[in-house]
Structures are given as structure tokens and as C-alpha cells.
Design a binder for this molecule. Structure first.
Ligand SMILES: [Zn+2]
Length: 539
């Protein structure tokens, strides 16, 4: 029997249906988790019977937004959940990013990976009950979360399970074992395979290994998501490497958080977009995602040279404590990026361009929200020394924002036809403002204020195009028969209010959000309804 809980009638709104089409006036009926009807000439009064009626006049009715790069893998389990995503109108997140996540992962490896991932994924829950991918999915469904989740199989734990965390090559035999894990994960309902080629142990893989592994993902209908090996002075080489992997494996390519980092490298932006155009013109299936800011956020230890990461947490701490290796780290950090083959985020951003956003201990909590220069001044040390001391004291459990470019440079990518929207949000007491503000910022700042792209185009990048990438044929569009993930917002007021100084201020203008047909946000306030679930093939 239908009741007001399961029937919602959105009356008088302007529908931007996600396909890129212009807005049209229509009423929308939601029933039992599905969009039951879209009435362009208005529905007759019988349709709204027994339904909760919402006055959507003056508002945009759009498909629920899809966050193509999310780090909520563990945050979903926190008592406070991921409301910071929901408040932006996001109804589905893509987890398992950068080759770094929590399944598949055997019990014996939990402790090492909990330590290693805390800067990226947070500390809760302390008890991981799962080992396999399907057990992880069951654990998510059992919460249940505020919004839906899709999952990428992470290269890191899969590589570590077969050859450990050292800087070693893999044999064809090793790759078969890794491939079997990918196959099992895809069977469980994952949508693709991810790697992060600045993060060990993913960074130890060469292009042949990546092509071999991607064949398994491609065979199962998945796609390949990559944080490229170099996002600065060697970004073009890195894209070529990924293009080669995609061609060789036949696996569709999706580049994470597209950027050209470092002001001296700004001129590479047009070449990077041209390289993407060229690959697409040759018939390769290439997309990317982008957060609408010119600063990034990740684990603080990503500033350290690559060789320092070999082994595990204990070996890294040993190198940070040994006078000889400390000196070598210091020398490399303070050498300009352009003189080396790999990225040097520390040299590129400078100590003033790195803000610490989380540390584990209470004793060092004073550094949160400060840049490395300020922290160094507080310690009476050189900033590179302060960085090493802080990582040592926190046992690597620390997170940062790094400022990498100029905002005007990100606009052509925002307009590019292969571009999709993401937050890349990382949780913490003083996070990057993208965590709670990325999607409203696109709608307020870049659509309404600066008219970088039209509203239907922006919505398509947040919805139907992303759903197509994920293989979610029943989402991303407002049409009868589709799943009822819907976001209703005021186009005149929608905006992010989160800033680098005050990153936790909630956005404005997101009025109603339905997840699988249930109202999760009503009149701008969360309802405590949790109706999300894991989405993917066979789930
Ligand atoms: Zn990321």
C-alpha cells in the first residue's frame, strides 16, 4: 500500500533532466524508490493523491549528483556519516580511489593498512569486520549509509597481498594472482580498477603491469581510474603512459582530478587537453574528473621522496629518524622540482603553500590550519625539518592541503566534453573546502556568477555522464522508470560557503534530496533517513 513515505510529488519545478537538454517545466512523481512519472503539462490532481507534495516552484529538479572521486570508504561508518556530501546534493559516491582502499584486505594486513591509510580515509571504524570485497559491501549496506556507493578495486592492497610493500617488479605469475583478485572483486559488484602512481606500493608498477591488470577489469566490463604518475612538469609523459595502458589493455581510461600542478608548468594545460582530444579522436574511451579548486589535499607524507616509502610504516619512520637518510630527504625536498624526474610537491608549493589539515595526536593539534612555514617558525626549525619531525611524531597520520595553481587555468578543463565533477573530499577537523562545497561551488560560482558553463551542461557532468561511466543505466536522468535519486535546488541562491579559512560552513540552496526515493534532505535540513546502498553490476 502506497503511503506518503513511499510517494513523493514534486510540483511545479523546472526539470533539468541530466541529459544536457534545456530546462522544462514538469511535475515529477516518485513511488517506491522509482520515478513513476514526469508530467510536462502538469499532472491531474489524482496523481498527487496519497503522496507527500513538495512545492518545487522556482527550483531546479535534477538527478542526484554523482561524486566521481570520493574518499568516504571509511567515513560512511562514522556515527556522523557523510552528511557533508549529502548536503551538496550528492546521492552516489565512487569509492576505492587512488589505488588505496580497504578491500580486499586480509585480517593480518589490517593494522599496517589502517596506519597507512588514516591520513586519507580517517580512523573509524577501528574494527574492520571484512576481508573480501563482497564482505565490505555487505558491511556498507548494513549501516545503511545516507547515499549510494560504487567501488573501484584498489591496486595497492592487491599488489601488497601478492608481493608486499617493497619496491619490486611483478612477474607474470604475480600478475595472474592479482588479476584473479580483480576478477573476484568485479564479480562482487565493483565497477572498475584504480591506481595512484605517486602512492606506494602502486607507484612501483610499470606500464606493462598496469596493462596486464587492466585486461581483467576490461573483461569484466570495468574501467581504469588513475591518479597519474606525475601531475606537474612531466604530466604529458604521464598521460601518454596511461594512454598506452588503455590502448594495450582495451580498458576505458578515466583520469582522476585532472590538473597541471605548479605555476611554472601552467603552459602545459592546453597540451594536456589536446592530448586527451587526440586520444578520443583515435577512438579511445577517455574521461576525467575535476574538483573546482586550484589546491589539492592528500596525506602529508606524500611530500616525501618516493624511495622513502619503500617497505611499510616502520621502515618509513626509521628513515625519518636516521641522521643520514634525514639529510638525504632534506636535500631532495629542497631541490627544485624541475631538476628531478618525479614530483616534488614540497618544492613546488613551498612551505607557505602546504597547510596541515589533520594530525592524530592532541599534542600537535596546534598545527592544524597552519602552513608549514608557520609550523616551522613555531618549532624553531627549517620547514623541511619540521615536516619530518611532525610525520615522525604522528607516525605519518597527518593530512594537508597543497596550493598548486591558478583558478583561471582550471576553466577550460571544466568546459571540456570529457570532464566529470568530483569532490576528492578528505575528512578532517580543518578539511579542504571541496569536501562540503565542490558541487554547490560549480553551480553558484562557475554556472551562475561566471557563466563558465551552462546549467544543463554542468548538471550533465554531475549526473548522466557520470552514471554512464559507472555503468549505472538506471540513474543519472530524470525519466519515468529510473531510480529516484533527485536533487532539488534554488538556482538563484545555490552556492558553497566553505572557504580555506572556514571549510565547514554548509552550502546554501540545496533544498531537497531524495536517495532511492526517500527524502534525505527536506527544506535544506537532513532528515536522518538513510536509504543508500552499494550499486554495481549484480547489486
Ligand atoms: Zn583522491
Amino acid at each position: 500500500m502506497a503511503n506518503a513515505e513511499s510517494r513523493v510529488f514534486l510540483q511545479g519545478g523546472s526539470v533539468v533532466d541530466g541529459t544536457g537538454a534545456e530546462a522544462f517545466r514538469a511535475d515529477v512523481l516518485v513511488e517506491d524508490g522509482m520515478i513513476a512519472g514526469v508530467f510536462r503539462d502538469g499532472a491531474d490532481s489524482a496523481v498527487a493523491e496519497n503522496a507527500k507534495v513538495i512545492d518545487a516552484s522556482g527550483m531546479i529538479v535534477a538527478p542526484g549528483f554523482i561524486d566521481m572521486h570520493s574518499h568516504s570508504d571509511l567515513a560512511l561508518f562514522r556515527p556522523e556519516g557523510v552528511g557533508v556530501k549529502l548536503q551538496q546534493g550528492i546521492t552516489t559516491e565512487l569509492l576505492g580511489q587512488d589505488g588505496l582502499s580497504v578491500a580486499p584486505l586480509s585480517k593480518e594486513d589490517h593494522e599496517e593498512w589502517q596506519g597507512r591509510l588514516s591520513g586519507l580515509l580517517g580512523e573509524e571504524p577501528r574494527d574492520w569486520t571484512w576481508e573480501t570485497v563482497s564482505e565490505y559491501f555487505d558491511a556498507i549496506d548494513a549501516i545503511p549509509p545516507e547515499l549510494n556507493a560504487c567501488y573501484l578495486l584498489p591496486h595497492g592492497p592487491i599488489r601488497a597481498a601478492v608481493v608486499g610493500n617493497d619496491d619490486v617488479p611483478t612477474t607474470p605469475e604475480d600478475r595472474k594472482k592479482m588479476g584473479a583478485m580483480i576478477q573476484r572483486g568485479m564479480d562482487a559488484g565493483a565497477v572498475g580498477f584504480s591506481t595512484g602512481l605517486i602512492y606506494p606500493p602502486c607507484s612501483y608498477a610499470d606500464r606493462e603491469e598496469l596493462a596486464d591488470l587492466n585486461r581483467y577489469a576490461a573483461e569484466a566490463g570495468g574501467f581504469f581510474v588513475v591518479h597519474m604518475r606525475n601531475e606537474s612538469h612531466r604530466v604529458l609523459d604521464s598521460f601518454e603512459e596511461m594512454r598506452w595502458v588503455s590502448e594495450k589493455s582495451g580498458c576505458p581510461l578515466h583520469v582522476s582530478h585532472l590538473k597541471v600542478a605548479g605555476l611554472p608548468n601552467r603552459e602545459l594545460w592546453p597540451d594536456l587537453l589536446a592530448a586527451i582530444d587526440d586520444a578520443r579522436a583515435q577512438g579511445l574511451d577517455v574521461t576525467f574528473d575535476q574538483y573546482p579548486y586550484a589546491a589539492g589535499s592528500t596525506m602529508l607524507d606524500a611530500l616525501l621522496p618516493k624511495w622513502v616509502h619503500s617497505g611499510g610504516v616502520e621502515q618509513i619512520l626509521e628513515r625519518l629518524g636516521n641522521p643520514d637518510t634525514r639529510q638525504r630527504i632534506f636535500d631532495e625536498l629542497t631541490t627544485p622540482e624541475s631538476s628531478g624526474a618525479s614530483e616534488n610537491m614540497y618544492a613546488r608549493s613551498g612551505p607557505e603553500g602546504v597547510m596541515v589539515t589533520w594530525v592524530k595526536s592532541d599534542e600537535n593539534a596546534w598545527v592544524i590550519g597552519k602552513d608549514l612555514q608557520e609550523i616551522a617558525d613555531g618549532m624553531g626549525e627549517h620547514p623541511a625539518v619540521a615536516l619530518m619531525d611532525l610525520l615522525l611524531e604522528e607516525r605519518l597520520a597527518a593530512t594537508m592541503i597543497s596550493f598548486w595553481g591558478k583558478e583561471e587555468d582550471i576553466l577550460p578543463a571544466m568546459r571540456h566534453p570529457a570532464g566529470l565533477a568530483c569532490t576528492d573530499g578528505i575528512y578532517g577537523p580543518h578539511p579542504h573546502p571541496r569536501l562540503g562545497g565542490a558541487f554547490p561551488r560549480i553551480l553558484g560560482e562557475f554556472v551562475r556568477e561566471r557563466q563558465v558553463l551552462s546549467l544543463p551542461e554542468a548538471i550533465a557532468r554531475m549526473t548522466s555522464k557520470s552514471a554512464a561511466r559507472l555503468g549505472l543505466s538506471d540513474r543519472g536522468v530524470i525519466a519515468a522508470g529510473k531510480a529516484a535519486d533527485i536533487t532539488v535546488f534554488d538556482p538563484d541562491t545555490v552556492e558553497s560557503r566553505a572557504t580555506y579559512e572556514e571549510p565547514l560552513r554548509p552550502p546554501r540552496g540545496i533544498e531537497y534530496v531524495l536517495v532511492n526515493g526517500r527524502l534525505a534532505i527536506e527544506r535544506g535540513k537532513p532528515t536522518d533517513v538513510r536509504s543508500g546502498k552499494v550499486l554495481g553490476p549484480g547489486r
